[in-house]
Write a protein that binds this ligand. Sequence first.
Ligand code: B12
Ligand code: SF4
Ligand code: SF4
Length: 385
Amino acid sequence: MSGALSTERIVELARAAGFDLCGVAPAADFPELAHLQEWLERGHAGEMRYLADARRASPGLAMAGARSVIVCALNYNTAYPASTEIPDGNAETSGPRGWISRYAWGDDYHDVLGGKLEALIGNLREEFTGPFEARAYVDTGPIVERVAAKYAGLGWLAKNTCLINEELGSWLFLGVIVTTLDLAPSLGPAESPAADLCGNCRLCIDACPTGAIVEPYVLDARRCISYLTIELRGAIPGELREAMGRHVFGCDICQDVCPWNRRAPETTLVNFQPRRRREKSLFSPELEWLISMGEEEFREIFRGSPVKRTKWRGLMRNACVVLGNSGLRTGETRYAEICGRLSLLANSEDGNLAEHARWALERLGFSASIPQALPGRVVPTDREG
Ligand code: B12
Ligand code: SF4
Ligand code: SF4
């Protein structure tokens, strides 16, 4: 053990760096990781090939000489309603709205947590002067962070596959420091990780619109809206488009319905508050605004935001699907403008995007011949009024 640096002191330093929770796990073979291979073989990872990296089978493989994993968690639950609580749109004024997942309203958590973890490593180096290696990861390393978090005593792995903490719920980002320091684990030899408090509940499984939680504790990512809207690069499978509902980026449903999030504390961190631009907001954003965004505007709004991962074409593709699901009908507010915008995308040189736009136009009952695209111009249609 590293005598000069106690686990209690590390937790104190993590709190000083701004984290809500911190614990230490040994860099050991956690039993849950035995399921990983089967999960991959079932094809549940879809196109996320990096998940097959053999080093993910044990945190000890993430770094030569790794002995401990310091796991930190940061609450991102801002004081805004759940996706399951607010109506689908405000057709009276601004037309249909979409949903961006809570985790993506503000700054990119990789940067926010990454900065705090580096600060923590800096403090560890000040207090422990002996030689040691330490690497910070926020999704970026070959570590299954939730499993490490469980064995660091931060919570249980729930049926929706999220890590839930009894006091804080599941609106938590995780970050880890893998280190050669041989630290005392937060859970003593006689202690078990937090008990699984899901009990007989299956609200998340029943609420998932795409049936992605294929059995309790097992997620088929290929069906998860989060995967479809963020990770998948090509076409969104036709049979899942309708079930995507109004999700333009990520999905919160299996956490919004979870009883353990009912009393989840709210963060006041400015980093995670919904970004605004003029009178527009990323909280329940207007779809017409999103669909009208040029690539330059996209870059400006989503600089340093998790949304940039899906790129402009991904967001447009998703917005097309959601507009196709919006139920907007000829004569309703914004129908003509929105169909005009979709018509421009239907003429895009990007065949995939064009196909999604045509799908949406068809669902909206817009049968006029699709005019030639003119950048920046809203194409008039004959269907308004
Ligand atoms: C890939 C990935 C995704 C994928 C796949 C999700 C998944 N469940 O694996 C997609 C894109 C779908 C996704 C979605 C989301 N993600 Co994500 N994601 C990751 C990432 C990068 C890797 C996760 C991983 O390794 N998955 C592999 C599979 C095998 O892991 P698993 O599902 O936990 O599988 C275990 C169980 O299935 C179990 N198992 C298998 N069979 C069986 C059978 C039985 C009987 C039992 C008991 C168990 C069991 O064993 C498996 C291995 O341990 C992590 C960061 C990291 N490096 O860990 C973030 C991470 C998990 N994601 C995170 C978040 C916030 C999200 C979203 C909420 C984002 C959003 N709002 O859209 C959603 C939540 C969806 C959900 N219900 O999980 C957070 C989770 C925080 C938390 N409190 O849990 C993480 C930790 C990122 C971070 N650094 O904060 N994500
Ligand atoms: S994030 Fe949405 S689609 Fe994915 S498992 Fe949860 S409820 Fe289902
Ligand atoms: S909704 Fe119920 S089953 Fe799902 S994670 Fe929450 S407590 Fe567990």
